[in-house]
Design a binder for this molecule. Structure first.
Ligand code: HEM
Length: 961
């Protein structure tokens, strides 16, 4: 089936009705005609070849049907079309004079549904064209096995536990490997046995994957003609100079440098300090540290906070002047603020030799990327940052000696507030296995790059863990002999009474529940606020609950089709693209966690009697996962788009919950909360005050010239270098170059997005000519041209195999400009620089569309691949209480919000519930909050407003002045 075009047809009668009704409402006659002609053409085929991808660009009639003139007007830009559809922005994008016009058939509904359809195409094609494994399975993926398409393969030798592994014999040794017994009960420490037939997958130390063609990695090495043609010998690890890029393109401008003092603020955290930064009005500082907390769970290139021991120069040596690279004089370096004497440790490399190759169908392929690196933590969403990822990190995790099911927490001082009694994490002690710079910090699994933000989240979720244990213990005391729902796989049919669940068992159940709560918060609360518009609200909720959440029968039927038919198919079309499309109905979370026998439609109504899911059946335990033919791990490119350092402000505006929250009492430099100082800051000021402060403050926008100054000047005591300081913003570029991430334009082509043809494409064409925003963007484009330069192009040089021009000809060095003319070196732009420069984003997007494209694929896979979020989301693993806790956002059932937000009335969000449980003293403040990542005192206004106005009662808050 590979290579075949698949045409999806929707019954014409349905579309005809849609189009007719759509025309009744509001949009112009032209739009209606466009809908009719779109419907007549059916839906576009999923691309058969990489070069025929969707690119987020639709036909003119489709654009008109979904967004009218505005959508048509922007079709020639590189950026995705859906951002210009009806109802995808604020109230100004709603089709006029229609009130609550969000029906599927009407203009606004067409805009939103059209967006969801575009996103599903993107996901299908990303699954089809962007999975490249580095751990040895890629030849199988390309060649397939007899009767099985490569991308439908489900078990790999490379995912077996090797003979030296301590659990080798337990999973079957040299025979067929299958995890059983204790190994399948929980999230194992090293991450083995999540997929019980591929024990090694996602465990600590496995190679990072890739999302780009392996030949497109490491462009600096110039291994292929395409790479050499694309970059013309202009690139190396330190060229263009990363520190110069940092100082010219990343530094935050300051209106009063004397009170910012490069991010150090004023002594004692004085409130009259000030560091300017570009702010995102709809996202708060809690959200910034949340995502750092997540990345510490998902991936780490460093091992125990260390790279290679040897040091390297990190730039501040040259700059481009008059389109030529020139050495930087000492005076110029001083003027820029960079440091030639800085040194950093080289990144760890797993395999440095060129890969072996294999042949298939007349082509030669590398078996892996030119170099590989390892993910030193588990790739699973398993809260390993809290609980550890190997024996060493687990020794850092302190359990409560009085109840080993709990984490150790101790009250500190006598501050007011009910949450205070729940306590704080203890500090590391002598003898704990830690890097020296971590001493004085809270004891936890992953202690690197610690600040008050990490300290905050680790304390919050340690409290949440203990609250779950308390609730379980209360239930056990009330009904000791009742069935807890938990099962021991050694005796799968034997009920386990509450009183028989041991402390170690309960600890691991607590970990499962906390991990699932975190995943739910991230998917249904953090991400919809990161991507603050209606289509993404629906899309992210669909990933978790399903588009058909309120339609049980249809959802049950689709789930059966997805898991039992498509999931088992050996044909890639069914195993992958149809699986992805139909999974949107029931949602990914919980897929395969119920097995319905022969009458799925009615079984849902009568679940206890009909559900035949069995712990002794490996096909049930493992049955809801899908890796789409490529073992799960994060790709290097995912790490790149998570280099979100501009989110962090230099100063945190400190408030107190019990002394007029509208007042800013101090401006605490984040640098004064780094490493051990974090722990002191958290405990001295109190967790609830930090929650309030970070909840009200806006985070930094992901934009050029918006990196925290303190991160450009971060003391790194472990480096034996003259300055002992590094510029983390420059290091972001160096690490991506070390790891062979393609530069921005090829990155976009590889991910199925349209390329840019000059730096000018970064300017948002929707802005009026001469407007202040547009002038600022044009200024930044001027800087890009200064830093990255231009060259005389050669149309004979083909630069990519990922895409072709509209007329089918190869894309060449001139990018459509006349041969021999001077063109921008837009191919050289570092990927981080590129996505920071993207100004014309979809409404409410804190990230750029390029970053988002990476998320569409990997955020879904993180759920699709994990048994504990799909077929093993069951009481047998989580207990009955655990399943309810995750589904209802806590104990005591679902609690509904009283009001509506953007037209939706939802349950009280999972993170708000966590905050209310762990810091009950915040209840009066949280009364006004719906999404805990939206600045807490912001008036949310009407439909997806990004306005910055105080809600009633917060008028005195100076941040609104
Ligand atoms: C006080 C705040 C922070 C500090 C002190 C900090 C520090 C650092 C440092 C020193 C590195 C470089 C490690 C190396 O390659 O040698 C790094 C990498 C990184 N940081 Fe941050 N960071 C902070 C906040 C954040 C935030 C908010 C994010 C958001 C997601 C983030 C995401 C990352 C990522 C993705 C990497 C690459 C990790 C890897 O290569 O595996 N950081 N950070």
């Amino acid at each position: 089936m590979r290579g075949e075009l698949v045409r999806i047809r929707i019954p014409l009668v349905v579309l005809a009705v849609a189009v007719t009704l759509g025309g009744c409402v509001s949009t112009k006659r032209d739009d209606v005609a466009a809908c009719a002609s779109m419907a007549a053409g059916g839906l576009r085929p999923v691309a058969g070849e990489r070069t025929g991808r969707f690119l987020g660009k639709v036909q003119e009639n489709t654009a008109r049907c979904r967004g009218g003139d505005k959508a048509v007007a922007h079709r020639n830009l590189p950026w995705v079309d859906w951002a210009n559809y009806w109802a995808t922005g604020d109230a100004g994008t709603l089709a006029k004079s229609i009130g609550d016009d969000l029906g599927h058939l009407r203009a606004n509904g067409r805009g939103i549904d059209g967006t969801l359809l575009d996103l599903e195409y993107q996901r299908i094609e990303l699954i089809k064209f962007n999975l490249f494994d580095n751990s040895g399975t890629y030849p199988d993926y390309v060649r397939g096995r007899p009767g099985v398409d490569g991308s439908a393969i489900k078990i790999w030798d490379a995912m077996r536990l090797p003979p030296a592994h301590p659990d080798h014999a337990k999973v079957g040794g040299d025979g067929v490997q299958l995890c059983q017994g204790e190994l399948i009960r929980w999230r194992t420490l090293s991450g083995i046995c999540n997929d019980i037939r591929n024990p090694l997958m996602g465990s600590s130390g496995m190679p990072f994957a890739r999302n780009v063609q392996l030949e497109a990695t490491y462009p600096d090495l110039g291994k292929t003609d395409l790479a050499r043609n694309r970059h013309g010998g202009r690139l190396s690890l330190l060229r263009p100079d990363p520190q110069v890029i940092s100082r010219k393109l990343f530094t935050r401008a300051q209106s009063s440098p004397e009170t910012c003092r490069a991010g150090q603020g004023l002594p004692g955290g004085a409130a009259d300090a000030g560091c300017d930064y570009k702010k995102a009005p709809f996202f708060n500082v809690l959200a910034a540290f949340w995502i750092q907390f997540m990345t510490h769970d998902w991936f780490s290139h460093l091992q125990e906070g260390r790279n290679q021991p040897d040091l390297m120069a990190v730039g501040c040596a040259s700059q481009r002047v008059g389109n030529a690279e020139r050495p930087l004089s000492a005076e110029e370096a001083a003027r820029l603020g960079c440091r030639p004497a800085d040194r950093a440790d080289r990144g760890l490399v797993a395999e440095a030799a060129d890969p072996p190759t294999f042949d298939h169908a007349g082509n030669t392929y590398p078996e892996r990327a030119y170099r590989t690196t390892s993910n030193h933590v588990t790739a699973w969403w398993d809260a390993s940052q809290i609980y550890g990822h190997d024996e060493v990190s687990r020794r850092r995790v302190k359990r409560d000696p009085a109840d080993r099911a709990k984490l150790s927490l101790h009250p500190v001082g006598r501050r007011a507030g009910a949450g205070e009694r729940q306590g704080y994490l203890p500090r590391f002690e002598a003898g704990d296995p830690i890097a020296p710079e971590w001493s004085g910090q809270e004891a936890t699994g992953f202690p690197d790059n610690w600040s008050v933000g990490m300290s905050f989240y680790h304390n919050v979720f340690a409290r949440e863990h203990n609250l779950f244990v308390d609730a379980f213990r209360r239930q056990a005391a009330a009904t000791p002999g009742a069935d807890s729902g938990l099962r021991n796989p050694a005796r799968p049919t034997e009920p386990m009474a509450y009183k028989d669940v041991g402390a170690d068992e309960l600890f691991e159940v607590g970990r499962l529940v906390v991990s699932a709560m975190i995943a739910k918060i991230h998917t249904t609360e953090w991400t919809p606020q990161l991507l603050y518009d209606e289509p993404l609200y629906r899309g992210m909720n669909a990933n978790w609950h399903g588009l058909l959440a309120k339609h049980d029968l249809a959802s049950a039927a689709l789930e059966k089709i997805v898991v039992r038919s498509f999931g088992k198919s050996e044909d890639a079309k069914y195993a992958n693209q149809w699986y992805s499309v139909f999974a949107a109905g029931p949602g990914i979370f919980g897929l395969g966690s119920r097995v319905y026998g022969h009458d799925p439609l009615f079984a849902r109504l009568d679940t206890p009697n009909r559900d035949t899911w069995s712990l002794s059946n490996p096909d049930h335990v493992n049955g809801g996962i899908n890796h789409f033919g490529s073992p799960f791990n994060f790709p290097e490119e995912f790490v790149t788009v998570y280099r979100l350092h501009p989110l962090v402000p230099d100063l945190i505006e400190l408030r107190e919950w019990d002394r007029d929250p509208n007042q800013i009492r101090a401006r605490v430099p984040v640098i004064e909360t780094v490493r051990g100082k974090a722990t002191a800051a958290t405990q001295e000021r109190g967790l609830a005050n930090w929650a309030l402060s970070m909840g009200r403050q806006r985070l930094g926008a992901l934009a050029l010239q918006n990196h925290p100054q303190f991160l450009q000047n971060l003391p790194m005591p472990r480096l034996a270098a003259a300055t002992g300081t590094i510029d983390v913003a420059a290091l972001d570029l160096i690490r991506d170059r070390e790891r062979g991430v393609p530069r921005f334009n090829e990155f976009r082509r590889q991910y199925g997005l349209r390329q840019l043809t000059s730096y000018d494409d970064f300017v948002d064409q929707r802005l009026g000519k001469g407007s202040p925003e547009r002038s600022e963007q044009e200024r930044l484009v001027g800087l890009l041209r200064e830093v990255y330069g231009q060259h005389r192009c050669d149309a004979a040089k083909v630069i990519t195999s990922a895409q072709v021009n509209a007329d089918g000809s190869p894309i060449n060095d001139c990018l459509g400009h006349p041969n021999g003319t001077m063109v921008d070196n837009v191919e050289d732009v570092d990927t981080v620089v590129g996505w920071l420069a993207e100004s014309g984003r979809p409404h409410g997007f804190a990230i750029s569309e390029t970053q988002f494209q990476v998320f569409i694929l990997n955020a879904s896979r993180r759920l699709f691949s994990d048994r504990f979020f799909t077929s093993s989301f069951r009481p047998e693993f989580y207990t009955d209480l655990g399943v309810r806790w995750v589904n209802d956002n806590g104990p005591d059932g679902v609690v509904m919000e009283t009001g509506e937000r953007n037209g939706h009335r939802d349950p009280v969000s999972p993170f708000k519930r966590v905050l209310l449980r762990t810091m009950p003293e915040l209840a009066p403040e949280l009364e006004h909050v719906v999404n805990a990542f939206d600045p807490w005192a912001r008036d949310q206004g009407e439909y997806y407003s990004l306005g910055w106005r105080p809600r009633p009662g917060a008028e005195a808050d100076p941040s609104f002045r």
